[in-house]
Unconditional design. Sequence first.
Length: 219
Amino acid sequence: MFTGIVEEIGAVREVSRDRLGFQAHRALEGTRVGDSIAVNGVCLTVVSLGNHGFSVDVMPETLRRTNLGSLQYDDQVNLERALVLGGRLGGHLVLGHIDDTGRVVDVTSEESARLVRISAPPELMSYVVSKGFIAVDGVSLTIVDLDDHSFVVSLVGYTARQTTLGSTMPGDTVNLEADITAKYVERLTERRPRSLDFELLQEYGFAGERDGSQYCRGD
């Protein structure tokens, strides 16, 4: 579990078919082999540690469904260690399980803010609401505008400087994770119980018909 508050920008130092290595500093503090680190929002398990970085194993499915498959040596990535219980939750609950990728379609400035419009698949857009949360490359952001096919996030100066989103350009691919709360609400709505009516009571033997009239047990 993560918060979407990026701790540092790391750099790619190893790229192979099933392993990625990253240069890091702050993300190494207290980290042990077997711990989870979010890389561009993707929850990955540390398999080896060094003085200046760490390595993770990656599955083909992860490379296909995220932008990690396009990483090259020296590319920058957002890094965040897993949330510690009792710590501050500065962003929102992020699982590190990417729903899909989006594409940056426009970048503009408004005074000190950097506005980034990102297109997303329809099935993911159903979870996007104005002023709601979304994780973009592992960064917890608030949605400030949307239409049927895309949404806009606003980056304050600190976020632009401390994450890779400050250098995103139109055409870039980003990892997207919708707010888990929206998914739970959708699931609960799909499974909501039937309303209490005469047919339901009759089905379970609490009501019936007699002489052409409806009755409930006890009448």
